[in-house]
Design a protein around this ligand. Structure first.
Ligand SMILES: [Zn+2]
Length: 409
């Protein structure tokens, strides 16, 4: 039986430390997860993969006229300024709107949104630096990165995040200096995989996934210690029974750097992907007060099935057909239906900031959705025939392709 208090306490334990890919904290997370899966009776496999990571050496932003300092958080992989930094007039460019971009170069942009790939390419070489305002006034500066490929292909644009109120203050600044120093390196990261073979249809796999890495320096409680603990708690609940199909659980690293762990998994197992009939992906879970939601990247039949099961269980599940920015999408790209579950909650606004710290993780976060997903998995693992086709309809497939083309160079 699914144990909500076990899931909550494991989530809290994972969230004691940041788990940024390539750091000792990530290794600690992997060891905790492996240990729990082994204790539940699984053989655990570690699958290493290479991933580009970054380390921040120094990040400093100051207004020179008038003079004041501004706390900031670097955008990983964006670029470096050297110790002396870059200095320039501060220009408010909104969403890199062409009408606001100066024709000469050498200025520092203040942007209201994180630029997409096209805007990034447009700004490199024109701006000497970029300051991005948080779009929500409650947020501390984000600890995120751009895909490292952007810098390799389009060039460097040292960028930092600042809070909304500091950005507002910067509107009154004429000239700023930005110092950003970071180092890039290729690290070894690990996906953790456990499996329970089916006795009748062993070559049909239901794959449960969650990422256990966090963004840099953030404890990543709801995102995604909560989901990783959810996946382990499901594996534990299902460890005893025998099922017709194979249950596989994969905990990915490198998600926050661009779904790198699930991409590595898909690449490594390309020849065996045909056996995976469904991916159940868990991202953003564990918060006490919230609502449960599902994003289906798969056939209509799958959506109908999940909706009916939720009604029967008395669960107000918000179901939509869409693409989620999470590991399930790496599989949807290979025509494997992805069923994502997440919890929309009060602390969602803290995601990717140091305030996602586990303060509000509690067993209420799993009380309904935990047993629901467990029952769903039991039924699918034991069904004589799955109640949906293994396909991603063309309209959703198009959205999946668009999702990847937004950041792939
Ligand atoms: Zn996540």
């Amino acid at each position: 039986m699914f144990d909500p208090s076990y899931a909550a306490s494991l989530a809290a334990r994972l969230a004691e430390k940041p788990r940024f890919t390539g750091t000792p904290g990530e290794r600690r997370g992997a060891e905790i997860i492996s240990g729990e899966l082994k204790a539940a009776g699984y053989d655990v496999r570690r699958e290493g993969f290479r991933v580009e990571t970054y380390r921040v050496v120094e990040a400093r932003l100051e207004s020179l006229n008038p003079s004041f300092k501004v706390p900031c958080s670097p955008v990983g992989f964006s670029g470096e300024t050297g110790e002396e930094g870059v200095e320039g007039d501060l220009v408010y460019i909104e969403g890199a709107d062409p009408a606001l971009l100066p024709s000469q170069s050498g200025w520092i942009g203040l942007s209201s949104v994180r630029p997409g790939k096209e805007e990034w390419r447009e700004l490199v070489g024109k701006a000497s630096g970029l300051v991005i305002a948080e779009s929500n006034a409650c947020r501390l500066p984000s600890h995120v990165s751009i895909p490292y490929e952007w810098r390799e292909k389009y060039g460097s644009l040292p960028a930092v995040y600042v809070s909304y109120s500091d950005a507002y203050r910067l509107l009154g600044s004429k000239r700023v200096r930005l110092v950003l120093r970071q180092e890039y390196r290729r690290s070894l990261a690990f996906n953790i995989v456990a499996e329970k073979r089916g006795y009748k249809y062993p070559d049909e796999v239901i794959l449960v996934t969650a990422h256990y890495d966090s963004v840099r320096g953030v404890r990543g409680a709801i995102d995604n210690a909560g989901g990783a603990a959810f996946a382990v708690a499901l594996a534990r609940a299902l460890a005893q029974g025998e099922f017709k199909r194979t249950l596989r659980v994969a905990l990915f690293s490198g998600e926050e750097l661009g779904l790198r762990g699930s991409q590595a998994y898909v690449k490594k197992h390309r020849d065996e992907l045909g056996e995976i009939k469904l991916v159940v992906n868990l991202d953003v879970h564990g918060d006490a007060i919230g609502r449960n939601a599902s994003v289906v990247t798969g056939p209509k039949e799958l959506r109908n099935y999940v909706e009916s099961k939720a009604k029967i269980a008395g669960l107000n599940l918000q179901v939509s057909e869409n693409v989620m920015s999470s590991d399930g999408t790496s599989f949807a790209q290979e025509d494997i239906p992805a069923l994502n579950f997440y919890r929309s909650c009060g602390t969602g606004v803290y995601m990717h900031t140091i305030r996602d710290n586990g303060r509000f993780i509690s067993e209420q976060g799993y009380a309904l959705i935990g047993p629901f997903v467990e029952a769903l998995l039991r039924e699918l693992l034991d069904a004589e025939k799955l109640p949906f086709k293994r396909e991603v309809p063309s309209d959703l497939k198009k959205k999946v392709d668009e999702y990847f083309s937004r950041w792939r160079v």
